[in-house]
Design a protein around this ligand. Structure first.
Ligand code: ATR
Length: 282
């Protein structure tokens, strides 16, 4: 029996996840396939219900379904509950288990790409959407010492900062033009962009979320945007002498963590990286 998996999203045609996961199955001779399932909000419940049959390993979930999918699952782990979003579903004998591998993808990519562990670091996080929430809880769990969260809509940053209080991390919220946010950038060990600013074909293509002058040479600068591979933010950071990480490693490591949950095996990360790069034409 060929085992099935895939991703629910809308739109999903341009996803590179099928290339990445199918390459991983092939490299380990696993008889399984991963598909892109273009799924409207109206079709989500039926799509998720079909995962209960024995030929399904599980699925990934992406925009716009990461929150809406939660009511259709049997169990959701603590981290995904706190983040408020599920990106991975495992079919365990007909029961659907939800988790979120974005946080692990973020932490593992920092470690593998830059040798960075977050304990004790002063971090600036730009954005307050789903991707930011995954990074914020990963940083709190990893015992970062301080977190400055800046967002265009400051109220969203404020509510994330107050939710994080229970984790013990010192979190403060700012608007993107707040002088205190800009000085937090100058002091930061790590600056993370989790907004779509700089994304190819996005609403702010060609822009950077912070002025170039606030990036210090000793800083690690992380942009979750993976296309283009070098965003304006990363180009500014390189010019400032900072170490940079693009969004592709997080995409690969969140996928690798999901793949391991479905198969019970260690994911072939190098194979997944190569397949993702090829699918992006890099
Ligand atoms: P995701 O799940 O990818 O995080 P999201 O929840 O829609 O997506 O969050 C998008 C993030 O990008 C938000 O922080 C958003 O800011 P708002 O909360 O103010 O909407 C941010 N964002 C999107 N476009 C932006 C722009 N042009 N300038 C600044 N921030 C932007």
């Amino acid at each position: 029996m060929t085992l099935l998996s895939g991703i629910f999203g809308y739109p999903i045609r341009h996803s590179i996840s099928p290339a990445m996961h199918n390459a991983a199955f092939a490299s380990l001779d696993i008889d399984a396939v991963y598909s892109a399932w273009e799924t409207t909000p109206d079709d989500l419940a039926a799509g998720v219900a079909s995962l209960r049959s024995e030929d399904y390993l599980g699925a990934n979930v992406t925009v716009p379904h990461k929150q809406a999918v939660m009511v259709h699952l049997d169990e959701i782990d603590d981290l995904a509950t706190r983040i408020g979003a599920v990106n991975t579903i495992v079919n365990r004998d007909g029961r659907l288990m939800g988790s979120n591998t974005d946080a692990l993808g973020f932490i593992n990519s920092l470690r593998s790409e830059a040798g960075v562990t977050v304990a004790g670091l002063e971090v600036v996080l730009i954005g307050a959407g789903g991707a930011a929430r995954a990074a914020a809880y990963a940083l709190a769990e990893g015992r970062a010492s301080a977190l400055a969260i800046a967002n265009r809509t400051v109220e969203r940053a404020e509510s994330l900062a107050s939710e994080l209080a229970e984790t013990g991390i010192l979190a403060n919220a700012f608007g993107l033009h707040d002088p205190d946010f800009l000085s937090a950038c100058e002091r930061a060990d790590l600056i993370v962009n989790s907004t779509s600013v700089g994304m190819l074909h996005g609403p702010a293509e060609g822009d950077s979320p912070v002025p170039a002058e606030v990036i210090s040479p000793g800083c690690v600068v992380y942009d979750m945007v993976y296309n283009p591979p070098k965003t304006p933010f990363l180009l500014d950071a390189e010019r400032a002498g900072a170490q940079v990480i693009g969004g592709l490693p997080m995409l690969v490591y969140q996928g690798a963590a999901a793949w391991s949950r479905w198969t019970g095996r260690e994911a072939p990360v190098d194979v997944m990286f190569e397949a993702a790069k090829e699918a992006l034409g890099l």
